[in-house]
Design a protein around this ligand. Structure first.
Ligand SMILES: *Cc1c(COP(=O)(O)O)cnc(C)c1O
Length: 224
């Protein structure tokens, strides 16, 4: 078995154990393997090991990789910043978009001929230049805009825990924002948090979608 397949198996085993400890069902968790900067062959290895959900963060890297893998029955998630002029192209292969954060992206997706699922990205940093909406007001406005489209199913909220903050604190903030969103959009109950460094805490704070890269794929060939 390859190193990648072994790491996939050990993460899925740890995930079951962590769910048991947190009294959660592993069936409620979607484990997305983030394969950015890794070649299509890594995706194929992981598929053979049992992985079905894959995430990418850059359209120009993702598009050719996805095109190489159309034979496999995969679900692609897009986790990176979305430029509105690329949104349509991304939605041709990614059925779940984790990083909706602007009207212009929602408006571009509103014109699709098929449906996609989306999360609203929350910006948990003090830097307004980062991806994501900054507060509850902005989240609710964007949620209403998403709900008014015929093409996007709003799943919930997504966030990256900032590096200089205790992830527990970050995930509590996400849980609070999720509760606020749920009052207005009762079906938007999903939470996309948890990466290689903090996914165990994310599980304990209600994450339904984990986006795990390096713990499974190994170090990325180039950074970003
Ligand atoms: C790269 C990336 C991940 C995975 O990060 P790891 O630390 O390698 O697990 C998750 N979410 C987003 C938005 C990413 O860009």
């Amino acid at each position: 078995m390859s190193g990648v397949a072994e790491r996939w198996q050990s993460i899925t085993a740890e995930l079951s154990a962590e769910c048991a400890r947190a009294s959660r069902s592993v069936d409620d968790i979607t484990l997305v393997v983030v394969t950015k900067f890794h070649p299509a062959s890594v995706v194929t290895e992981l598929f053979t090991a049992g992985a079905r959900h894959f995430g990418e963060s850059r359209h120009q890297d993702a598009a050719p990789k996805v095109a190489e893998l159309t034979e496999l029955d995969l679900t692609w998630h897009f986790v990176g910043q979305i430029q509105s002029n690329k949104a349509r192209a991304i939605a041709q292969y990614a059925s779940v978009l984790h990083s909706l954060d602007r009207d212009s992206v929602v408006d571009a997706l509103a014109k699709l001929e098929h449906r996609v699922s989306g999360f609203i990205e929350l910006n948990l940093t003090d830097d307004p230049g980062r991806g994501g909406v900054d507060d509850a007001d902005a989240m609710l406005k964007l949620a209403d805009r998403i709900a008014s489209t015929d093409t996007i199913d709003l799943l919930g909220v997504m966030a990256v825990a900032p590096q200089n903050v205790d992830p527990e604190e970050a995930f509590e903030r996400v849980a609070t924002m999720s509760q606020i969103l749920l009052q207005a959009h009762p079906n938007a109950a999903s939470i996309s948090t948890g990466m290689s460094a903090d996914w165990q805490q994310a599980i304990r704070h209600g994450a339904t979608h984990l986006r795990i890269g390096t713990s499974i794929t190994g170090k990325r060939p180039s950074s970003g």
